[in-house]
Design a protein around this ligand. Structure first.
Ligand code: PEP
Ligand code: MN
Length: 366
């Protein structure tokens, strides 16, 4: 249930209402929007009559029921206020969110050695990325495939962070490794295969670091949002959703199918920021630039792109990895489109152009 307060409601009155509601066996959670405060009620609200709440104060504008199974993740829960996930990095804070510039995350599938991770980090930073990605613990289909260097790779990520100041995104597969991963990562990634590992979601939710939640291989949007709900329910509001392609029937020409429609669909359902990973979605580096452009045009808040100094020799996901040069070129091609949509860090474009871009993006996002 959601309680929308009038913009004139005083802090004392809001506190009084929250205190009163706590006695009703539900937990009130306050969200301060630009103009109004919204109180979300968590718990069994089935027996509560909205009128009963309305009677609590003349400062209550509206009482609404959230009918969807996901509550905290639902758009209603923040009354349309998008969540901004602000991540402190050595180079300064970077914010993932609808009203912020596109955040670019790039790096190899796996951290292989110090030289390659530092070289990649320096190159993606020079090209304009804000985050370095790289797996220390790798979820592989075959137990005989390279599983990642584990803890030693985490120290290499820490080194790359120190050298470049980039934020680090890396995956946690096992609750046992969570503390070590969270020590190094600025954003902790939960991979597609673990999207419904509920004990991992609960622990990651309690760990305090922002979480990147990838969509499961065959997960519906509702299942994905329910997984986000686990993290939010554990007390962590900083969740970024990452679409990385879903299973369809064609395995021959693409690895997965990028569900680009997930961007406008999620906009109608949730306040959480949306990232697109065109690398795992297509499985082929030649298709990554086109899907990157499509993602920007559809309104993605962030992109995750696999980059490797020598893709032919990569220990995992070489075929979908861009070379350092190809990534730099892609960033140059992304800039005009990012600027057109008003989502590029390099600043503003002409007012007429940005007005048009806003129109296009708001139509696309409706
Ligand atoms: C990855 O990011 O390298 C990865 C394994 O991704 P996914 O979980 O989407 O397959
Ligand atoms: Mn990969």
């Amino acid at each position: 249930m959601i309680i929308v307060m009038q913009s004139s409601a005083s802090t004392t009155e809001i506190e009084r209402i929250c205190k009163e509601l706590s006695r009703w066996n539900v937990t009130p959670e306050k969200t301060e929007g630009t103009h109004k405060v919204v109180i979300g009620l968590i718990g069994d609200t089935a027996e509560i009559d909205p009128q009963q709440i309305q009677n609590l104060s003349p400062c209550i504008e509206q009482v609404l029921r959230v009918k969807k199974p996901f509550k905290r993740a639902s758009k209603e829960f923040r009354h349309g206020n998008p969540t901004n996930v602000a991540v402190p990095t050595p180079n300064g804070p970077v914010t993932f969110g609808q009203n912020h510039p596109l955040v670019v995350v790039a790096g190899p599938c796996s951290v292989e050695n110090e030289e390659m991770i530092v070289e990649t980090a320096l190159a993606v930073k020079a090209a304009g990325a804000q985050f370095l990605r790289g797996g220390a613990y790798k979820p592989r289909t075959s137990p005989y495939a390279f599983q990642g260097h584990g803890e030693s790779a985490l120290s290499l990520l820490a080194k790359a962070r120190e050298v470049t100041g980039l934020g680090i995104i890396t995956e946690v597969m096992d609750t046992a490794d969570l503390d070590k991963v969270a020590d190094v990562a600025d954003v902790v990634q939960v991979g597609a295969r673990n999207m419904q590992n509920f004990s991992l979601l609960k622990k990651v939710g309690a760990a305090g670091k922002p979480v990147l939640l990838k969509r499961g291989l065959s997960a519906t949007i509702e299942e994905w949002l329910m997984s986000a709900e686990y993290i939010l329910a554990a007390g962590n509001p900083n969740v970024i959703l990452c679409e990385r392609g879903i299973r369809t029937f064609d395995k021959q020409y693409t690895r997965n199918t990028l569900d680009i429609s997930t961007i406008p669909v999620l906009r109608t359902l949730t306040h959480l920021p949306v990232m697109i990973d065109p690398s795992h979605a297509t499985g082929k580096s030649e298709f990554v630039p086109t899907m990157t452009m499509a993602a920007i045009a559809a309104g993605a808040d962030s992109l995750m792109i696999e980059v490797h100094p020598n893709p032919a020799k990569a220990l995992s996901d070489g075929p979908q990895s861009l070379t350092l040069e190809a990534f730099e070129q892609l960033m140059q091609e992304m800039a005009p489109l990012g600027k057109f949509f008003g989502r590029w860090t390099q600043g503003a474009i002409s007012t007429a152009m940005s007005k048009f871009a806003l129109q296009v993006s708001s139509t696309a996002l409706k």
